[in-house]
Structures are given as structure tokens and as C-alpha cells.
Design a protein around this ligand. Structure first.
Ligand code: NAP
Length: 307
């Protein structure tokens, strides 16, 4: 059985599979065992965990960082490439789960489903009518970052009778309209869905000017990363009614959520659970472990991220 450094906590059903196939050690355990620290060749982590550069620097035999998740914005990727450390993620196996959550959040926001639940439970229904919601049919949806997940979202939304457009670095020449200008996409959209990677290139890509372009009847859904949105400016936009509302699965400084978001009635919040179904988490753990097995077999990996 091979040794792994584990950074982050996995759900018990995933941890059970990992522990059956590998021997996991914590950072603290490695610090106390110089020989193991020198020998360990593989690191397993989750996409919401930071892998500090100094950890990579202190593991001379490290050959692979296998993250369970698709985002790798918290891994020092340039350092890994310089050190010839392979980085793997778990693309595709989570597309359906994340797309399903996105559609769920969208309806929760437009039809005020969480508010309706509270309204019904509290007995308020006896005294007043529940406020009208907003239909999805006929709306213009803009997707920022039309990759594996973005496309699954688009395919699921199409039957609801929306018009789709997308923005990214490249025109993928699809049936959906490509709009290279993010502000123009926001102006042309009733609903803006964020499904791009996090990291430096997309940091605060969505700020006050994009939100103003989306407008007071516009809705923002973020299933990408908290870093993609300037959260301060988003909260201000929500407070002053510059946009109609937002549904957020990802935040700055998770899980310490800015409490001003709790005061807003035009937001739906979820605790970064895009891929959090039992089926999906097992599939993600399986692919993570298969990457590690392949590395220990022949030094390659099944799903390496681009260096
Ligand atoms: P992907 O296939 O690599 O797609 C990313 C898309 O973003 C690509 O179409 C890319 O298109 C576009 N993009 C890249 N840089 C961009 C930029 N600067 N501006 C606009 N678009 C840009 O990745 P994926 O598997 O769909 O995953 C996307 C992201 O979803 C992940 O990186 C992660 O952050 C997030 N995610 C969240 C959860 C959750 O629980 N909420 C779960 C899984 C993933 P171009 O190359 O043409 O720009």
C-alpha cells in the first residue's frame, strides 16, 4: 500500500474508499517523520483546500497532486510544473450534479422557493398572499465560461424556452450565440450564470459595472468560485437594487460568509455543494484514486490538468 499526504477532509464514504487503497498521513504526522516526509510521492486533496507552496517545496519526492474536484485554483500550479509534479483533477464526473444544482438555484431564486417554504411553515399564508415570482420561460440566459459544466447547464435550460448566449476567451462555434464582451453579455441577459474557473485570470471579473449592465431585473447565479465576483460590490448592488437577485453556491472566505448576505431577501445561498451528491462524490473519489494508481504504476495520470 502506498503512502499519501492528505490535505483536507473527505466525506466518510469517500474517505473509506481512499483508506482501503492507500495509507493517508496528515501534514502534522509527516512533520514528525522525516523519513516519510522525504519518501512520500503523492498528495491527495480537495478542490476547496489550499495546497501551500511550502508544502510542495518540503516534499522532495513528490510526483503527483491529485485533487478531488475540477477546480485547481488553490494549487500552486506553476511551482508544480517547475518541479515536474503532475496535477490531476476530476473533470466530467461531476458535470451533471453541478448543472442540476445550478438549475435548482435558478428556480429557487426566481420562484422564491426558500421564502415560500418559510412562509408556509410560519403560518403567514393565513394572513397574506405570497408575492409573485418570475418565470424562466422566454428569458435570455448568458453563461460566463461555457466549458464542461456550462454546456450541461445550457442543455438543461434549453427545454425551458430560454435564449442562450455565452462568453469566454474563444468562440466555440456552437448553436448558442458567442458574445466576447462580458458587459454586452450582461446587458443582453436577464440571467447571468457564472461557470468559469477561479484563479488570477478571472478574479473579480464580475464587479459593479457588469452588475449594473445586468440591471435591476437581472439575476446572477454563481456556481463557479467566490473569487470570480467582487463580493463587496455584489452585496452593494443587491442592497441598492442594482440587480434583481443572486443565487450563490460559492463565496469569498468560505465558510465565513459575509453576514450582510443573510440580511438580503433577494438572495439564495447554498454551502458550496455543486458536486455534493453521494453518487458524484464516489465517482470523484474513484477517479482521484485511479489517477494515483496510474501514477504509481507508470508515472503518468489519467486526467492531468494542463501545465
Ligand atoms: P472547463 O471545462 O475548463 O470550463 C471552463 C470554461 O471557462 C471554459 O469554457 C473556458 O472557455 C472558460 N473560461 C476560462 N477562462 C475564462 C475567462 N477568463 N473568462 C471567461 N471564461 C473563461 O471547466 P468545468 O469542468 O466546466 O468547471 C468550471 C468551473 O466550475 C471549475 O473551474 C470550478 O471553479 C467550478 N466548479 C464549481 C463547483 C461547485 O461546487 N460549485 C463544482 C465543480 C466545479 P475559454 O477557454 O473559451 O475561455
Amino acid at each position: 500500500m502506498h503512502d499519501l499526504l492528505q490535505i483536507g477532509k473527505f466525506p466518510p464514504l469517500a474517505q473509506d474508499i481512499i483508506d482501503t487503497e492507500f495509507r493517508c498521513h496528515s501534514l502534522e504526522a509527516l512533520e514528525q517523520d522525516q523519513a516519510l516526509r522525504t519518501a512520500v510521492r503523492a498528495l491527495i486533496t480537495r478542490s476547496n483546500c489550499v495546497v501551500p507552496a511550502e508544502v510542495i517545496e518540503r516534499l522532495p519526492s513528490l510526483g503527483i497532486i491529485a485533487t478531488c474536484g475540477v477546480g485547481y485554483d488553490l494549487i500552486p500550479i506553476e511551482l508544480a510544473a517547475r518541479r515536474q509534479v503532475i496535477v490531476t483533477n476530476t473533470p466530467d464526473v461531476l458535470n451533471a450534479a453541478v448543472a442540476e444544482l445550478c438549475v435548482g438555484l435558478l428556480f429557487a431564486l426566481l420562484r422564491q422557493i426558500p421564502q415560500g417554504d418559510r412562509f408556509t411553515r410560519s403560518g403567514a399564508w393565513r394572513h397574506a398572499a405570497f408575492p409573485l415570482g418570475v418565470s424562466l420561460a422566454g428569458k435570455r440566459v448568458g453563461i460566463v465560461g461555457l466549458g464542461r459544466i456550462g454546456k450541461e447547464v445550457a442543455r438543461r435550460l434549453e427545454p425551458f424556452g430560454v435564449t442562450l448566449a455565452y462568453c469566454g476567451r474563444t468562440d466555440q462555434r456552437l448553436a448558442w450565440r458567442f458574445e466576447p464582451d462580458l458587459h454586452q453579455l450582461a446587458r443582453d441577459s436577464d440571467i447571468l450564470i457564472l461557470a468559469s474557473p477561479g484563479g488570477r485570470a478571472t478574479e473579480h471579473m464580475i464587479g459593479a459595472s457588469v452588475l449594473d449592465a445586468l440591471g435591476p431585473q437581472g439575476y446572477l447565479i454563481n456556481i463557479a468560485r467566490g473569487s470570480v465576483v467582487n463580493q463587496q460590490q455584489l452585496i452593494e448592488a443587491l442592497e441598492r437594487g442594482a440587480i434583481g437577485g443572486a443565487a450563490l453556491d460559492v463565496f469569498d472566505a468560505e465558510p465565513d460568509i459575509d453576514p450582510r448576505l443573510f440580511e438580503l431577501d433577494n438572495v439564495v445561498l447554498s454551502p458550496h455543494v455543486g458536486s455534493a451528491t453521494g453518487e458524484t462524490r464516489i465517482a470523484m473519489a474513484r477517479l482521484t484514486l485511479d489517477n494515483l494508481h496510474r501514477f504509481f504504476e507508470d508515472g503518468t495520470a489519467l486526467t492531468p490538468v494542463p501545465a
